[in-house]
Design a protein around this ligand. Structure first.
Ligand SMILES: Cc1cc2nc3c(=O)[nH]c(=O)nc-3n(C[C@H](O)[C@H](O)[C@H](O)COP(=O)(O)O)c2cc1C
Length: 216
């Protein structure tokens, strides 16, 4: 099969614009608007997916997709294994960056800031809403560890199902939420001729935020 040359892929962006007159007063309101657009459009698969970047103690970065499960004035919450590679990064270097890439809308939103564990009560409340098989998965998967085989993983799942047969499943102690507390949130809308719109909300001081346009 002939190789597909990525240099030959080219699209113009013309679906929208972002300007100072219509952009929301706060990053949260603007994110809620765009998230609502994304979630309502079947062309956007997993509208709550974010690519999350962390870095280890030596500054070496890693990135992976997780699902945002909370968006409010405090920040963006995702759930994961507290013994995973990303958790190890966050223990050593408690900062992260994430991007919502809503490509069918020619939009991305970038968020960066410190990352902290959410309250246990918040994790428990969210965990209770998960399907039982996802609850089992959280107990069974030693996330980011090398496993001998698929069969070995299936065996742990079977043992976990047996252990919790007939009872409610609590969240594992090694599993829970993290919150990215934004220090900056940048909204990007693709425009003609690569002259895209970028508007960034940036925390300047303890409570204050400023809004600024960035060159594309
Ligand atoms: C669409 C999608 C959603 C995902 N959601 C999550 C999630 O919410 N939490 C999670 O821990 N991993 C999620 N993953 C798996 C992660 O990308 C990753 O494989 C896993 O968290 C291990 O990452 P780490 O080894 O860097 O810690 C998701 C993957 C995809 C593709």
């Amino acid at each position: 099969m002939p190789m597909t040359d990525p240099a030959g892929l080219r699209r113009g962006y013309a679906r929208g614009s972002l300007d100072e007159d219509t952009v929301a007063a706060t990053w949260l309101e603007q994110l809620q608007r765009w998230f609502a657009d994304a979630a309502a459009d079947p062309a956007v698969v997993e509208a709550n997916a974010i690519q999350l970047a962390t870095a280890d103690a030596t500054g070496r970065p890693a990135v992976r997709t997780v699902l945002a499960k909370g968006i409010d004035e405090r920040g963006i919450v995702f759930y994961t294994n507290y013994e995973s590679a990303k958790a190890e990064d966050l223990d050593a270097n408690p900062f992260g960056a994430a991007v919502f890439a809503w490509l069918p809308h020619e939009r991305q939103v970038r968020i960066a800031g410190p990352v902290t564990k959410v309250d246990r009560a918040e994790t428990e409340a969210y965990f209770a809403t998960r399907p039982r098989e996802s609850q089992i998965g959280a107990w069974a998967s030693p996330q980011s560890q090398v496993v001998a085989s698929r069969g070995a993983l299936d065996q742990i799942v079977a043992e976990t199902e047996e252990r919790f047969a007939g009872v409610d499943i609590p969240p594992p102690p090694h599993w829970g939420g993290y919150r990215i507390t934004p220090e900056s949130v940048e909204f990007w809308q693709g425009r003609h001729g690569r002259l895209h719109d970028r508007i960034r909300y940036r925390r300047d001081g303890t409570d204050g935020w400023c809004r600024e346009r960035l060159a594309p």
